[in-house]
Design a protein around this ligand. Sequence first.
Ligand code: SF4
Length: 213
Amino acid sequence: MKKPAPDVKRVLNILKSRYGESPHTQLKHRNNTDLFVAVLLSPQCTDKQTNAVTERLFKKYRTFDDYANAEIKRLSTDLSGLNYYRTKARNLKASAQTIKSRFGGKVPRSMDELMELPGVGRKVANVMLNEGFGIYEGIAVDTHCAVVSRRLGYSRHRDPKKIEQDLLRKIPEKEWGVVSNLFIELGRDTCKAARKECKRCVLKDICPSSSVS
Ligand code: SF4
């Protein structure tokens, strides 16, 4: 018979011992302008792919003025190493224009305001709030986090918004800021979407989807 979902605190303690108390995003950035841009560009791409593009991008564009005034064809070319780069270029330029006109040139600090920006969904907003401002209004659910949440039995859903709601109910609020990055670390390490490697996973003895115990 399949094991029940393991105690959340126990899981988080094990993951913290393995991956660190407070792992952070691997998206490279110098400040919150860069962070916003990197997070906005990251969906449907690996962090490595995003970092390769932003490394060049951040040398050319430093402020939201630079992105807002960019010629769209040129900006698209600068993002062409990313999936959906044309859409991302349009969203980046439009977001920069809105940040300038509505928010005084600074990245807004609330979920509602961030969600007004083109291309920003809950995941992007959550990462920006968590990493940029230390504000935890929700939990960022990416592919890794979704896979790990389902395999551990914390959600049965595929829709990231529903998974987030399940996690918010099950995970103590003080842990909201770390759970996403801990699940991402586990997903990158052993709990890969295509092929899980339970034999060397730190949760193999308590995970209901473990192929070992
Ligand atoms: S034991 Fe297997 S299924 Fe469970 S979290 Fe680890 S890798 Fe994923």
